[in-house]
Design a protein around this ligand. Structure first.
Ligand code: SAM
Length: 281
């Protein structure tokens, strides 16, 4: 992806993973639930100036930039895709928060950041894409200060997908995905010093297929893509259009939870008599 868009060939575009496509088209790539989820995480984690946030798998930076803009906190946003990070830096400049957000090339499982140095580690839905997710969670916990929060927005299946659908999505994102349910992720984020703190559940709206096509057309009209050769352009339209229609189908089987887990002092007992909201929903 260091190639300029002008030199990209149809074959190179066909071979890209969805993450690389996002970098190429500069998709905003919001977390599940978009801005509303970001606001909830900021409020529930009591973010304010002076607080430090680590964002895992920031992609093109929307969450990092919005969190910094809303709260004035300092954000370190990491990803393994340099092209996306570059786009994040541009976004931060435009939003006027470049002074408090840094975009760094780091791996979720080995950040090399200091122990206990963040008040919130936000990982959106990214942990499901990391092959060694236990190592990732251990790393988030290590860099989180005691009393701080892990914010996550795991997506999960509310209706079982067909094997064909799972395989097609796995191929599109170049990650072998598994059909986990809500409880799997709730249990995953409770480990060692991490205790459940807050959770809210959502389902995805159903989006018309025509609406997906219109969105893909809008994205393909972006100025920085106008220099693509005709061949590359039709490959991009085919590949991106295919992935977005596939995600439309996939998300019709899915929901997500916006959740926070808190790092408690070692040895803190679990809450036995837990409770769930009954009303208002
Ligand atoms: C779907 S996007 C993230 C969208 C959004 N930020 C969210 O919260 O879901 C996933 C991002 O995670 C990054 N990623 C995947 N594995 C990673 C890893 N081991 N360490 C850091 N980033 C990773 C990818 O490069 C990609 O930009």
């Amino acid at each position: 992806l260091t190639l300029s868009t002008r030199e990209l060939t149809a074959d190179q575009i066909e071979a890209m993973s969805y993450n690389e496509l996002i970098g190429l088209v500069r998709e905003t790539n919001r977390p599940p639930g978009g801005l509303r989820s970001i606001v909830k995480i900021a409020q529930q984690a009591f973010l304010r100036p002076g607080r430090r946030v680590l964002e895992i798998g920031t992609s093109t930076g929307i969450t990092a930039v919005e969190l910094a803009g809303f709260t004035g906190c300092e954000v370190v946003a990491i990803d393994i895709n340099e092209a996306s990070l570059e786009d994040g830096r541009r976004r931060a400049e435009i939003a006027g928060v470049a002074g408090v957000v840094s975009f760094e090339l780091r791996d979720a499982t080995r950040t090399e950041l200091e122990d206990e140095s963040f008040d919130l580690v936000f990982c959106g839905n990214v942990t499901s894409l990391v092959s060694d997710r236990e190592a990732a969670l251990a790393e988030y916990t290590r860099v989180l200060r005691t009393g701080g929060f892990i914010g996550a927005i795991p997506m999960y299946y509310t209706r079982p997908p067909s094997d064909e659908l799972l395989e097609a999505v796995s191929q599109a994102i170049h990650v072998q995905i598994e059909a986990h349910d809500r409880q799997f992720w709730l249990d995953f984020f409770v480990a060692g010093q991490l205790h459940p703190h807050w959770v809210e559940d959502f389902e995805f709206d159903s989006i018309a297929s025509d609406d997906v096509d219109a969105f893909v057309d809008e994205i393909l009209g972006r100025e920085h893509l106008l220099g693509l050769s005709d061949d590359a352009r039709s490959a991009l339209a085919r590949r991106y259009g295919h992935d977005m229609q596939l995600f439309r189908e996939n998300l019709s089987h899915m929901g997500f939870s916006v959740l926070l887990a808190r790092k408690e002092p070692a040895g803190t007992e679990r809450e036995l008599f837990t409770a769930t909201v009954v009303s208002p929903k």
